[in-house]
Design a protein around this ligand. Structure first.
Ligand SMILES: Nc1ncnc2c1ncn2[C@@H]1O[C@H](COP(=O)(O)OP(=O)(O)OP(=O)(O)O)[C@@H](O)[C@H]1O
Length: 244
């Protein structure tokens, strides 16, 4: 048996601030693993990732946000203002914004570099978000004549992020899109088993009636798969949803 010199510290997961979603995940996005958040357009993937980044900033820590989609600064400000209104600290919007490090990627090469460079910040941040992991992959895949070469590139990025998560005890969240499987009865996550293998937790997000969102925990290291939670996207944050 391998001897351990000291107890391994167990640090708290990173919450989104939305109670049902956090409870579903056992407190929030787990550290030391990559969590995949996938679903159709406008399901609320970015809102979940951004809400977690705002929670990190509100706690006085920093988050790295690798943005491939053109993150809405307005939406960040709405979430941050909402969080400040609910909190009791002395921070203002500028303080929270200064703790969010945004790395913008305009193509697949930029994305690769941004993921590689995350290593330089991994020691200083509590959360790394890659939003989205597969937007450019989806484009590149269409012209992929190398038989899965573009998927291998994404998988390499995800395994790099996993190594950072493990070495630096940070939470990593990647967002992912869906495609229509001609042989299946519902949309499936891009990247299939390859991405699923490297992501220790998987959340599926869907919209349903009345603007509610349902989150299904499809994979987790210490929580039962198949459990669900609901939330709504509101002006100043994420609210509890109506069951359905
Ligand atoms: N202030 C707001 N109040 C209510 N709903 C909002 C607000 N801002 C954004 N939304 C809603 O959030 C949804 C978009 O959420 P989000 O960007 O998180 O989706 P996503 O799953 O990341 O989508 P995509 O895959 O297209 O990037 C839209 O339905 C939009 O109407």
């Amino acid at each position: 048996m391998r001897a351990r010199a000291k107890a391994v510290p167990v640090s708290d997961p990173i919450p989104t601030g939305c109670r049902p979603v956090d409870e579903l995940m056992g407190g929030g996005f787990e550290r030391g693993v990559v969590t995949q958040v996938y679903g159709p357009p406008a399901a609320g993937k970015t809102n979940l990732a951004l809400a977690a980044a705002v929670e990190v900033a509100a706690g006085g820590d920093r988050a790295l946000y690798i943005d491939t989609e053109g993150l809405s600064i307005d939406r960040f400000e709405q979430l941050a203002e909402g969080r400040l209104d609910r909190g009791d600290g002395d921070d203002d919007l500028d303080a929270l914004a200064s703790r969010l490090v945004i790395s913008e990627a305009y193509d697949f090469d930029d994305q690769r570099e941004a993921v590689r460079d995350a290593e330089e910040l991994a020691e200083e941040v509590e959360l790394i978000v890659l939003d989205s992991a597969t937007g450019f992959y989806r484009l590149e895949r269409a012209g992929d004549t190398q038989g899965g070469e573009s998927l291998r590139k994404v998988a390499k990025q995800v395994t790099h992020l996993l190594s950072l998560a493990r070495r630096h005890d940070v939470a990593v969240v990647i967002t992912n899109q869906v495609f229509t499987d001609p042989e299946g009865d519902r949309d499936r996550a891009l990247g299939g088993n390859t991405l699923n293998h490297w992501t220790g937790a998987i959340l599926r997000v869907d919209r349903f009636r009345g603007g509610n969102r349902r989150v299904t925990l499809e994979k987790h290291r210490s929580k039962p798969a198949g459990d669900t939670a609901t939330f709504r996207i509101v002006g100043d944050g994420l609210a509890e949803g109506a069951d359905g």
